[in-house]
Design a protein around this ligand. Structure first.
Ligand code: SF4
Length: 306
């Protein structure tokens, strides 16, 4: 399996993500910051996900360094754009996965792993016989169908964002004018792979898709348009919606009109009411969670010990 996956990936001309920058990753890094070795910044239990993901014992979360989307307001800027982290061999990544399971994680949660898909698959396949918890793919939603197909049968739960629907917004904040059409196709493919949500008797998710949307200041009408589009893409009862309002302006977003402030209660509540009226099932947030402390510390936890 590992050879087949790595053979399907031409590291000297990378087209793993929709940027398709064609970088020769044996010699340099792509737009995403990814080279020829996995980098990660944290491997630890995380309690900040939706209740059916974090549960009582936590989600076994591995945060990868780099990102192909590079949103100007990213709360994880230090890892996504400054590429903070350390290099991991595939064997080490496999050990991190098993360590998280041994620590009691309810699931293995790969955060922003798109640019490392072949390495992640190889690491999972090495430990698959010993793994008895679901695998989560937690991403920006900016994914190619070809790369997602590599994850079919490996990922149990998809947690994609659906960030923008207007090309101008996507270009302005993420330099990715094509975000909306790419994310739409990606979410439909994810749904095709994992189907309707399965929640076990302990309230933990075992399969399915949770689509996340962060309401941005000054963009509540775009949020409503996204919800309407989502309802046309997948039957509302066949996925869960996580409506987030914890936007905290990072320094990198201060030059951007609207993004230099927090979301108001009125803005969030109006989108939340819209979602409720449309009949979405899922999760919403208390705006008191809109603190920088919501972001985990990236201190190489879980990666340094052999
Ligand atoms: S994953 Fe990185 S290197 Fe590969 S195409 Fe995307 S930006 Fe380029």
């Amino acid at each position: 399996m590992q050879t087949v996956i790595m053979d399907r990936f031409d590291i000297s001309r990378c087209i793993l993500c929709p940027k398709k920058c064609g970088a020769d990753r044996t010699k340099t890094s792509g737009i995403c910051g990814g080279g020829n070795t996995v980098r990660a910044a944290r491997s630890a239990l995380h309690f900040g996900e939706e209740p059916c993901i974090s549960g009582r014992c936590g989600s076994g979360t591995i945060f990868f360094s780099g990102c192909s989307l590079r949103c100007c307001f990213c709360q994880n800027h230090i890892i996504s754009q400054e590429n903070f982290g350390m290099e991991l061999t595939v064997d080490k990544l496999s050990r991190c996965i098993l360590d998280l399971q041994e620590k009691g994680a309810h699931n293995i949660n790969f955060v922003t792993g798109t640019h490392y898909v072949p390495w992640i698959i190889e690491a999972v396949m090495k430990v698959k016989p010993k793994l008895d918890i679901p695998i989560i793919w937690n991403s920006s939603g900016y994914e190619t169908i070809e790369t997602l197909k590599m994850l079919e049968g490996i990922v149990d739960i998809y947690l994609p964002d659906f960030k923008y629907i207007y090309r101008d917004t996507a270009r302005h904040y993420s330099q990715a004018e094509d975000y909306s059409e790419i994310a739409e196709a990606a979410i439909i493919e994810m749904y095709r792979q994992v189907g309707i949500p399965v929640i076990n008797s302990n309230g933990l998710m075992e399969k399915g898709i949770i689509v996340r949307h962060l309401v941005l200041p000054g963009h509540r009408h775009e949020s409503m348009a996204i919800l309407k589009r989502l309802s046309e893409m997948i039957p509302k009862e066949n996925f869960l919606l996580s409506l987030m309002g914890q936007y905290t302006p990072p320094e990198s977003a201060l030059p951007y009109k609207n993004l230099n402030r927090k979301l108001t209660t009125m803005e969030y509540q109006s989108v939340l009411r819209y979602a409720e009226n449309m009949g979405f099932e899922g999760f919403s947030q208390d705006l008191s969670s809109a603190k920088a402390s919501y972001t985990p510390s990236f201190n190489l936890e879980g990666l340094l010990n052999e």
